[in-house]
Design a protein around this ligand. Structure first.
Ligand SMILES: [Ca+2]
Length: 350
């Protein structure tokens, strides 16, 4: 193979890896996107799969993962985040944890199960970098410290759990970290919020009982209501009806790689439900859109407002100068998305 062909292949690979959001970066200085990940790690296993994608984007230099925040107060959540960042060699990423978070009744807590796994000698199966339960700071403090030092309009927040921390951030007052209120900090530093939240299948129905409350909204309705009403940047959400159409296949986590060496994402998947099972890809779709953009994967709704009612139902109201949108897909896009997920997950440790 000639050098010219090799160079051509490399250039093609770089171009093909650029979604529309990444195009400008690829053509210019290729600056990585700045991301903060907000997760209820430990509830559904899609959070672990979504974080696995972020670890790989970070390793490839596509993103700068500024921090990871857990809005699940139960044990195991920040421990699992700690062991996964450690597994991928990125223990320096700050980890925040919710204060006064919503209660979750765990039937299964895969995060805690994986954090407590041991090897044949009784030692922890997966190394960790932090003592105690793995977190460094309360989430609101983590957000304020990160945002206060970032360039204006530079940070994308991906939120795939409850809105508790984001609502608390909006309510935070100026302090010794920054004189700005939380809402002012977000308005100045955040470019976009991408969430997995809401359900719009029966959006046209006036009766709110026909709009199914989605889990991330219903666990902290007041917080979701505040964020969709008051968050001062554009929001794009991947709704319930999208991720449930695209199911991650069980056999993707039980491959030659994971059989040879325990992988924390595969172990989480196997601990969550009896194998084999396929699982909807709710949180993964938010990560994919946030980092790679919509081209080939998603169709965006019109702009508008998103209202949250008293029981957690969500409704989209189109408005030409609105700043909220939601994602939709057709069957071709669904196939493209699934192909990308299976290609990426679980990531190989290097
Ligand atoms: Ca989640």
């Amino acid at each position: 193979m000639t050098l010219r062909i090799l160079i051509g292949m490399a250039a093609a690979a770089i171009l093909s890896s650029c979604g529309n959001k990444q195009q400008a970066a690829c053509e210019g200085a290729a600056a990585p996107m700045k991301i903060i990940f907000e997760t209820d790690m430990g509830n559904d296993v899609d959070d672990a799969l979504a974080m696995d994608m972020l670890m790989q984007y970070a390793r490839e230099g596509k993103i700068d993962l500024l921090g990871i925040s857990s809005n699940k107060r139960n044990d195991g959540s920040t421990e699992y985040i700690d062991l996964l960042t450690t597994w991928y060699g990125m223990p320096q990423i700050p980890i925040g944890k919710v204060v006064d978070g919503a209660k979750c009744d765990d039937a299964v807590n895969y995060a805690l199960a994986v954090a407590q796994m041991t090897d044949a000698d009784g030692k922890p199966l997966f190394a960790r970098s932090h003592d105690n339960d793995g977190f460094v700071v309360p989430s609101v403090e983590m957000y304020r410290r990160i945002l206060s030092v970032q360039p204006d309009s530079s940070v994308t927040v991906i939120s795939v759990g409850f809105s508790t921390n984001l609502a608390q951030l909006l309510d935070s007052k100026g302090d010794d970290i920054s004189p700005l209120t939380g809402k002012e900090l977000v308005a100045k530093k955040v470019k976009e919020l991408v969430t997995m939240a809401g359900e719009f299948t029966n959006n046209g129905e006036a009766d709110s009982l026909k709009r199914m409350p989605e889990y991330n909204v219903v666990r902290d309705i007041a917080a979701a209501k505040k964020v969709f009403a008051e968050w001062p940047t554009p929001i794009v959400t991947s709704p319930f009806e999208l991720g449930i159409k695209i199911c991650f296949p069980a056999d993707a986590v039980e491959n030659e790689l994971t059989r040879a060496t325990p992988h924390p994402v595969s172990e989480a998947y196997k601990a969550y439900l009896p194998m084999p099972y396929d699982r909807p890809t709710w949180d993964l779709t938010s990560v994919l859109y946030a980092v790679e953009g919509s081209e080939g994967y998603f169709t965006l709704s019109d702009t508008g407002d998103i209202e949250v009612d008293g029981r957690g139902g969500t409704r989209f109201i189109a408005r030409s100068d609105g700043t909220r949108r939601y994602l939709m897909t057709d069957s071709v896009q669904d196939a493209n998305i699934l192909r990308r997920f299976v290609e990426m997950i679980p990531g190989e440790k290097k």
